[in-house]
Design a protein around this ligand. Structure first.
Ligand SMILES: Cc1cc2nc3c(=O)[nH]c(=O)nc-3n(C[C@H](O)[C@H](O)[C@H](O)COP(=O)(O)O)c2cc1C
Length: 372
């Protein structure tokens, strides 16, 4: 019998993966100084069996910060911290991409330069909370980015991509989903602009595509991936008609021949801050958007080993990204290959944790016993 496709190598752009299993980006809030710690190095090293890890969302600037203890990639200290992570993953034969993040309005004045308002496409406040030093707090109402500020924000992504290369990452994944800044520009619920960045679908896609083009210019299309969550409404970020918007967007992405498109197809995580629009229109919308994309498509959202293999065999996806299963199974790829049972799921309370190692780096690999 031939080896299942899931465990066969694949090349995404310039990056060679030993299998078609990706570890999904997952915020873990274990970086109190916004710099990866020893525990973060251990966490990612434990998961190097994935064909490629995509890191937790990592901010491109202080303006992009939106909650406590999330890492950045905009200072030399952060780059040095990530160098330790990428070296540990590479030593174990893994590949690792950095997820580049700007939270936009999902932020709080206490994180912003000078304590100012967070920025967004428009000054539309959402029903959104974020985790600050005082626990969950409502976000600070945003201000609209001025036209002349936009090139600087685009540049933040290009600089961060270059920093990611300096830190030894194999690729970057632009976070264009989940209701953060790029998504806030794409969707008409949050983008009320009347200039070249608002109104028509083409105009609302302009900012995100400028970010993509700037990152490609900085590090090459073969090392640039992107993530979207088109049919989800996350952090109160909605669009009146997402299918035409995102089919246009992914057609534009196809022309750019990026390393990959990673698409969150559904979200039924216990602490989900997203809502599926409704199961049927969600699936129909995802199918239409997927069909409009030509390029390396990575499927994400509640995939099992069987569902993943079927998606690969049918040509629907070239790789599959696993999120929650990677929280409690550091050796998920090895377990899937062995057909072994998975550990009990991580407790939702440890998803973000209190900065500690519990529920973070204490899950056993096959053949190990649980940490005391
Ligand atoms: C604790 C946690 C943190 C997450 N953080 C991020 C993130 O930083 N960036 C992102 O794009 N998605 C994030 N997600 C979404 C996951 O990457 C993934 O899309 C989602 O869990 C669905 O995949 P799954 O069904 O395999 O878990 C997070 C999910 C969880 C459970």
């Amino acid at each position: 019998m031939t080896k299942p496709l899931l465990f066969q190598p694949i090349t995404l752009g310039d990056v060679e993966l030993k299998n078609r299993i990706l570890m999904s980006p997952m915020t873990r809030a274990r970086c109190p100084e916004r710099i990866p710690t020893d525990s973060v190095v251990t966490y990612y090293a434990q998961r190097a069996g994935a064909g490629m890890i995509v890191t937790e969302a990592t901010t491109v600037s202080q303006q992009g910060d939106g909650s406590i203890s999330t890492p950045g990639i905009y200072t030399p200290q952060q780059v040095a911290g990530w160098q330790r992570v990428t070296a540990a993953v590479h030593e174990r034969g893994g590949r690792i991409a950095c997820q580049l993040w700007h939270t936009g309005r999902v932020s709080h004045a206490s994180f912003q330069p000078g304590g100012g308002a967070p920025v967004s496409a428009s000054d539309v406040a959402g029903e959104v909370v974020t985790f600050t030093t005082n626990g969950f707090e409502p976000t600070t109402p945003p201000r609209a980015l001025a036209l002349e500020e936009i090139p600087d924000v685009v540049q933040q992504f290009a600089d961060a991509a270059q920093n990611a290369m300096a830190a030894g990452f194999d690729a970057v994944e632009i976070h264009c989903g989940s209701g953060y800044l790029l998504d806030q520009f794409l969707r008409d619920g949050t983008n009320r602009r009347t200039d070249a960045y608002g109104g028509s679908i083409e105009n609302r896609c302009r900012f995100a595509l400028q970010v993509v083009d700037a990152v490609v210019q900085a590090i090459g299309a073969g090392r640039t991936g992107i993530r979207i969550s088109p049919m989800l409404e996350t952090w109160d970020c909605s669009d009146s008609d997402p299918v035409p918007l995102f089919t246009h967007f992914v057609r534009e992405l196809s022309r750019r021949e990026l390393a990959f498109l990673d698409l969150i197809e559904r979200n039924d995580a216990p602490m989900a801050v997203s809502d599926d629009i409704d199961a049927d229109s969600n699936e129909a919308g995802v199918a239409a958007i997927r069909a409009a994309f030509s390029g390396n498509y990575i499927a994400n959202g509640s995939y099992s080993r069987e569902g993943a293999e079927e998606a690969l065999q049918s040509g629907y996806a070239v790789a599959v990204s696993f999120g929650r299963d990677y929280l409690s199974n550091p050796d998920l790829a090895e377990r899937l290959a062995a057909g072994a049972a998975l550990n009990a799921p991580a407790e939702a309370v440890d998803y973000y944790g209190d900065g500690g190692d519990k529920g973070y780096i204490d899950f056993p690999a096959l053949g190990e016993s649980a940490a005391e």
